[in-house]
Design a protein around this ligand. Sequence first.
Ligand code: SF4
Ligand code: SF4
Length: 276
Amino acid sequence: MIKSCSDTEEFLADFLDRSPANAVPPEKARRPEYAGIRFFDAPIAGCAAADDAVLRSLARNEAAGIDLKQPEEWLPGAKSVISFFLPFTERIRSDNAASPVPTDLWQQGRITGQECLVETVRALAEKLRADGHEAVTPVGDSLLTVYMPKPDAPPAPAYTSNWSERHIAYAAGLGTFGLSRGLITKKGTAGRFASVVTTLAVEPTPRAYTGLTDWCTMCGACAKRCPSGAIDKMAGKSNETCNAYLKSTRSEDGVFYGCGQCQCGVPCESTAPGMG
Ligand code: SF4
Ligand code: SF4
């Protein structure tokens, strides 16, 4: 029975160990040699109370394009939000780190690994329901809205989604933002986040930080790695430049895209350099 964040980590680690979804299926392998490569290592989990003040304060930030639905809008009676981070395996990270441009294997992890991420978060929700609680996964829920920018829209405000896994992870004590706008956890930034809103009351995870970017050292390595020049140590990250580059990476069959150069071959790839 899941009662805490450590129970959640155990459940998720066991699921990922056993699930065939946590490896490139031969029929979807972009190259034959990718078949069987594992996507994710053992996860970390954190929890925020549904009425957490930080979570509420992050819910609307026009400049950053954030307009999140509150936990009780996803699930009436919600008591907690459980967030988790799945770190990409060293095999996938090192492949991207060794290249100056995004690799086929990284994109395989990003796109096919998403199916594993969704199966994992749904398995957690099913487990919570089996334990007698209600649970909703914003990923894959019909209430999840991703806003596509209109061609004539000004650069800001531009809400991108009504749920931000990285902001939820910040509130749930998993880490802080970096210059590259990724969330830096104690297991780094190269990985994926998901969350479950539940009626189970879980002890909140203490946030070992007070600022939004405490675990980023501002070393600038991500800016040097970025092939599109989207990151600047002074100006921050340009989402427009990054998005334009991401579009240019799409494979001929339209299935694969992604970059992640700012998450690989950098000090915060698999650890939090500013954590202290
Ligand atoms: S590479 Fe350096 S500057 Fe960029 S997010 Fe990581 S710690 Fe921050
Ligand atoms: S994803 Fe790629 S293009 Fe976008 S900021 Fe990171 S390194 Fe630059």
